[in-house]
Design a protein around this ligand. Structure first.
Ligand code: FVH
Length: 293
């Protein structure tokens, strides 16, 4: 029988929370030698039973392999865990959620300690890890060379999307997409609130809502096109004037349904301000310029 002689890159993983554990299992399943460390040792023991090597300290885990992946709660915990660890010559991949400024500072910090650095922003929840059809991926930024060297290994748990040499860009893309997600959740919360006291099954509204959000989502391409051209009247489908004229309907409906308008009003106020400043012929894109300080 033919032997599989392709050597799999060894991985050190620090942090075995819900996400770290999910990542670890995919590397183990794919045959990558894996050394793990976690502050609470029981979590490392569970993975040791599944084939990982559990190190007694973060320093011991980092010493084991060149590729070191960190998936901790936040930048502060990453700083604490790595504080006294020798990182010289290591390829440090930090999947801990950070701000762009934290990621840039952590990249400089790693460089000072002799490590190469890649930052990652995970666009997935743990059940999506190891399930390619779930559509999750990780944004990476920092050294392109480092990304390309480890792309295959990093792509084992979930897809990879490289967004540039600036180490802060992965975090920035991560937070940008998640911010849009919260806007969507806010809108959905308002929609469910509107029907809450009626004889309307939320389970019947849900697919209508989901389909509508999916149908509207491609509008972002038009927004991007207008931002690039600087012409916010380009290919306008629903003018700002028309949309501002519609806002009383939304506010009155909320009032009639006994629903607070507090999720809607900030956006409506921005729409009105923009219309007052630049007229109503353009699209909603001008609101973006009001947000940028
Ligand atoms: N889980 C999710 O849905 C999201 C999806 C998107 C990406 N995030 C980010 O991933 C990072 C890790 O998240 P997680 O889900 O693994 O988080 P937890 O299950 O809470 O595990 C946290 C791990 O961090 C360890 N830890 C926390 N503080 C310290 C510290 N001061 N020193 C050392 N380790 C620390 C914790 O250890 P323990 O509590 O088991 O001892 C866990 O290993 C995160 O950035 C998300 O934003 C997840």
């Amino acid at each position: 029988m033919a032997q599989n002689t392709v050597e799999k890159t060894s991985v050190t993983l620090l942090g075995l929370g819900a996400m770290g554990t999910a990542l670890a299992r995919t590397w183990l399943a794919a045959g990558h030698p894996l050394t793990v460390w976690n502050r609470t040792p029981a979590r490392a023991a569970t993975l040791a039973a599944e084939g990982a090597r559990a190190a007694d300290s973060a320093a011991e885990a980092v010493a084991a392999h060149t590729l070191v992946v960190v998936c901790l709660l936040d930048d502060e915990s990453a700083g604490e865990v790595l504080a006294d660890v020798d990182l010289a010559g290591k390829d440090l991949v930090n999947l801990t959620t950070s701000t762009p400024a934290q990621a840039r500072a952590r990249a400089a910090w790693a460089r000072e300690r002799g490590a190469r650095y890649l930052d990652g922003g995970i666009m997935a929840v743990p059940p999506m890890i190891g399930v390619p059809q779930a559509g999750g991926y990780v944004f990476y930024s920092g050294s392109r060379e480092l990304f390309e060297r480890h792309e295959k290994t990093l792509g084992v748990p979930v897809g990879t999307t490289y967004v540039g040499e600036d180490p802060g860009f992965a975090a920035l893309h991560d937070v940008a997409l998640l911010s849009a997600m919260y806007g969507m959740f806010a809108g959905a919360a308002h929609a469910f609130a509107l029907v809450r006291k009626e004889d309307i099954d939320p389970a019947a509204l849900a697919p209508l809502l989901a389909d509508w959000l999916v149908a509207m989502a491609p509008a972002v391409h038009g927004t991007a096109d207008q931002l690039r051209s600087g012409d916010y009247t380009k290919n306008v489908v629903s003018s700002l004037a028309m949309q501002v004229a519609g806002t009383p309907t939304f506010l009155s409906t909320a009032e009639q349904q006994g629903v607070s308008p507090e999720l809607l009003t900030p956006y409506f106020q921005l729409m009105r301000r923009r219309m007052a400043e630049s007229g109503g012929e353009e699209d909603l894109t001008g609101v973006i310029d009001l947000l940028v300080r």
